[in-house]
Ligand binder design. Sequence first.
Ligand SMILES: [Zn+2]
Length: 387
Amino acid sequence: MANYDSINLTSKSILHNNHSTVIIGSHSKLLDDDDEFDQHSDETLRLIKSQFSTRKNNKNKFFYIRKFLTYALCILLLISIFSFLFKQNNTVKDKIVMLISIDSFTPRYLNFNVTPTISSLAANGVRAKFMEPVYPSSTFPNHFSLVTGLYPESHGIIANVFYDTSDNSVFTYTNPLDANNSKWWLGEPIWITAEKNNVRSATCMWPGSEAEIQGFRPSIYEKFSYMDLHTKIDKIFSWLDLPDFPRLITLYIPEVDSAGHTSGPESQLVKDNLALVDKEINYLLDGLKYRGIRENVDLIIVSDHGMTDTTGNYLTYCLEGQHGFNPEMPDMHAMFIANGPSFPKNVVLEGFKNLEIYEMLCNILSIPAAPNNSTAFFSTSKILQNT
Ligand SMILES: [Zn+2]
């Protein structure tokens, strides 16, 4: 409105310069002074006519300026309302959590300098010096501890292969029938807690995600297969493009582990596969940016355990079982990197047990956690933000 006033003032002064003493400032005086009126009546009438015409033109001008300013004001108001609503949606309502496991990625692999994307996520987010696996430090017990916050004795997956003495049955991690047999999978994995609380979840090959647990399953679950990582990420993109996209997504990546088993943890094959995984994580980030949701996504990259060189010690390795080493051994340390709206930048944490992850995920998704063995490390240390 300030602009409108100043335009009015300007127009008044223009009228003043054009004999407005007669027309505007002294209108009543003009009618009282008969002599002057008679003497100059013709000229005055002409002036009055021309001045009224100027006023009329100016009035029209004001009308359009006023109309224009009102519209502009309305548009500005609408833009600010929409941007406010949009901001609300992006920061809280649509937060997406992605839990990614790179099997056997141990923190010292970052020193190979072949993972620029993962290193940059760590530098711009939170990294733990190490994450301690549970015993035994093998793939299935640890993957299920990560998502339940429970020790293996409580979640039931006590090894990659084990006997059930009550009915002489055997659990074998490579058997698809055991993957979806509810009798083995106890506790409450994060996707079940999510579904119970109306948060849609999607799993891409996480141990235990194919089984029905407490009558629930993830909204979307991709069964285990030897699908390449690029295709897995395209699958995740297709889920994110759904109108009712999942807000919790898990992804399992076995490439680094298989290279470590074939060629040893210091091998060129491990380095090549680390570089390949890093390239695909970058592809994932590009896809999130392209969809305009990168700022909504908490990426949490973990591993189940590390890997130690067993060359020349094959017998010990077999006796220990796959990764069945002491979880406190530095070689067996797992990784934790988190980057997204729930995490501060440039923070390095001391080591903690992988039992903390389940409750941390519940905190981020603002859902109540089922009973678990966490020490509430993330909530007491106040690391999380915007939750
Ligand atoms: Zn593993």
